[in-house]
Design a protein around this ligand. Structure first.
Ligand code: PAF
Length: 283
């Protein structure tokens, strides 16, 4: 496996290949990332992963500085998973000058849920993903890029970006990997104290309970009331929920009318102590 730090070296390593399978990450890898690499690998002729903590998607009060940088351990895990090339650019390589050209995703998708609570987040994500795509896929007939469904809204934002810019890239959405108690694997789980870690499973349980309540309600359920109850229940356990909500999978809009045949997803974000966790369940 080759570890490269510049765009020129990345392109050199990829010359001669025609269909990269690409897994972008911010490092501090866990089994969720490794599962994505293993899923993506057979779909390309070279497997590439990037490790880059993208300042553009962090608000000033968020954890950009403290976000764990663990390149050595990450590289070992990627090599064991069959990755061929790791692209770990320094900040000056990807952003040699202030990034004044940005990708602004559609408000209806990017300013709700995560985008509402983290304004500008999806501009930062879309901009770096577009840039990483151009580093990896420029000159290629096509390729595949893999993203985890734990960041459900991110997958939709990236899919729509790829469609609207006619990029020749297939987006693979990998299932969320979970700990035995149901907690979705996340790089930020490492911030939890032992006590918080024991409590953290209650986010996925709350989503499951909300999904069941919505599905079991007869007629047109009062989703706002069910969502408010779910948030209150988590708040009573000491969480600070941003949202727990039932949405259409296709566009993350609230469902209208009876739910019987609508593909739905329950999404949630809540703070436990100083750690903000997100999760979702397709129902
Ligand atoms: O999901 C992530 O880790 C990041 O948002 C991504 C896609 C690597 C862009 O920085």
């Amino acid at each position: 496996m080759h570890i490269v730090h510049t765009i020129a070296d990345l392109r050199q390593q990829l010359s001669g290949f025609r269909r990269p399978a690409f897994v972008p990450t911010m490092g501090n890898l866990h089994e969720g990332h490794i599962a994505l690499v293993k899923q993506a690998k057979p779909l390309g002729d070279v497997t590439v992963s990037s490790i880059f903590v993208n300042r553009l998607q962090f608000a000033p009060h968020e954890d950009f500085d403290s976000y764990p940088r663990t390149l050595g351990a990450d590289a070992e895990r990627l090599e064991a998973a069959g990755c061929d090339v790791v692209f770990a650019p320094r900040e000056k390589e990807l952003y040699p000058e202030p990034q004044s050209y940005k990708v602004h995703p559609a408000n209806d998708l990017a300013d709700i849920l995560e985008g509402h609570f983290r304004p500008g987040f999806f501009i930062g994500v879309s901009t770096v993903v577009m840039k990483l795509f151009s580093c990896v896929f420029a000159g290629m007939p096509g390729g595949v890029a893999a993203f985890g469904k734990k960041d459900y809204q991110q997958v939709l934002v990236v899919r729509r970006m790829v469609r609207q810019f006619a990029l020749p890239i297939d987006i693979l959405a990998g299932e969320t990997q979970r700990a035995a108690d149901g907690l979705a694997l996340s790089s930020r789980n490492g911030y939890l104290s032992a006590e918080e870690r024991a409590e953290a499973m209650h986010l996925s349980q709350a989503l499951r309970a909300l999904g069941e309540a919505a599905r079991n309600a007869s007629g047109v359920p009062d989703l706002s009331a069910l969502e408010a109850q779910a948030m209150q229940a988590l708040a009573r356990r000491g969480w600070k929920p941003d949202y727990l909500t039932v949405r259409r999978r296709a566009d993350l809009m609230p469902p209208q009318g009876p739910l019987a045949h609508e593909p739905l997803v329950v999404l949630g974000a809540a703070k436990l102590g100083s750690t903000r966790l997100i999760d979702n369940l397709e129902i």
